[in-house]
Design a binder for this molecule. Structure first.
Ligand code: MRU
Length: 355
């Protein structure tokens, strides 16, 4: 296993520090948060992003809310705390990890006893550590599928920045690289927010893993030239039938993979599995501002008068997914029946995921 040196979410003892991902790779600036409402804004504004990372961040924000409201009004802290939780849950709609983490925090609160802040902090730290452990496990599971000498294309940022640490798809890349099996790592730029060019490339280079960037529209040609044997991505939500909701562009990669016989691996912890959503058609896809497409670094690049359609995520049908890697094992060619059986066999009957 290879360690990652990057920590995007840091609890100081009394406040939450987030590495401002909007300013990477050129500036490494941590912002300090003392109030949950400011953290909700940070999630919406992409200071922190990536499905597991926003869940962990929201969990620590609940601790901030409890701290703040208990000291401001010891006799009336529960209602303002619940308002903050509601606001956090609305920060971004698509990644299920956000509501998953908030539900876990609420469950812990309901049996917190006379020191709710300590109980909530313990739970937030557990959510954080469990995510790192799941990533390391998934890294090993995913690396086990890859042949020596294979090359991969990854997409968006699924690394330490997007999780509690190590990464989902990027964790598999890290583990496979550490095992000396990977020939080359390609990363898609990931328009319009450039998570691949700005964040994935930064993470990999920092950890000594050479990376070659491609424009998103070079992926099909890369596959036609037989330069990659795998596309490996994360997920923001996996529906009960195995449909994968992930960064816009994942679906077209999966389609092109199937055409070229390239394997599609999706790496997602149980906290991303939404057994309560029958298939991907029900998901709310976040629409982001047009300016992300029409401008670059605050400067307009599109012709004046043009408008933009900017969905942040898309839905990849389960039939296009070759492997779904979780910390509890790999599901080959996932479908509704296999996921139901997998979920039923989890320790605790699947309490780590949404029912
Ligand atoms: O809009 P983002 O940057 O939050 O989108 C992130 C992704 O789509 C990732 O692939 C996903 O969260 C899984 S990564 C751990």
């Amino acid at each position: 296993m290879m360690k990652s040196s990057i920590q995007a979410i840091h609890w100081t003892g009394s406040s939450l520090q987030l590495l401002d991902q909007r300013r990477l790779p050129h500036e490494e600036v941590y912002l300090d948060y003392q109030e949950a409402t400011a953290v909700a804004d940070a999630i919406r504004d992409m200071v922190v992003r990536g499905a597991p990372a926003i869940g962990i961040t929201a969990a620590y924000a609940v601790v901030l809310a409890a701290q703040q409201h208990l000291s401001a009004s010891p006799g009336n802290w529960h209602a303002p705390l619940m308002r903050d939780i509601q606001r956090l849950s609305e920060a971004r709609p698509t990644a299920v990890n956000l509501v998953w983490a908030l539900e876990r925090m609420q469950q812990r609160l309901s049996r917190a006893g006379d020191d709710p802040v300590a109980a909530l902090l313990g739970e937030a730290k557990r959510i954080h550590q469990e995510d790192i452990d799941a990533n390391i496990r998934m890294g090993e599971e995913g690396a086990g599928l890859i042949q020596r000498g294979d090359s991969v294309l990854t997409y968006c940022n699924t690394g330490s920045l997007a999780t509690g640490g190590y990464g989902t798809a990027l964790g598999v890349v890290r583990s496979t690289w550490a095992a000396g099996k990977l020939a080359r790592v390609f990363a898609g730029e990931t328009r319009p927010w450039l998570q691949g060019a700005r964040l994935t490339a930064w993470e990999l280079i920092r950890d000594g893993i050479p990376v070659t960037l491609i424009t998103d529209n070079a992926a099909a040609f890369l596959m036609q030239k037989q330069q990659v044997q795998w596309v490996i991505t994360g997920a923001d939500r996996v529906a009960a039938n195995g449909d994968v909701i992930n960064k816009i562009g994942t679906y077209q990669l999966a389609v092109v993979c199937r055409y070229h016989g390239v394997k599609m691996m999706v790496v997602a912890p149980l906290s991303t599995l939404d057994m309560g959503m029958p298939d991907g058609r029900q998901v709310v896809i976040e629409q982001r501002p047009e300016a992300e497409v029409l401008e670059q670094a605050g400067r307009r690049i599109a012709a004046n008068g043009a408008t933009a359609w900017n969905p942040a995520f898309d839905v990849t049908p389960a039939t296009l997914v070759d492997y779904l890697v979780t910390e509890a094992g790999v599901i080959t060619a996932p479908d509704r029946e296999k996921l139901a059986a997998f979920h039923a066999n989890l320790p605790g009957g699947g309490s780590g995921s949404h029912n």
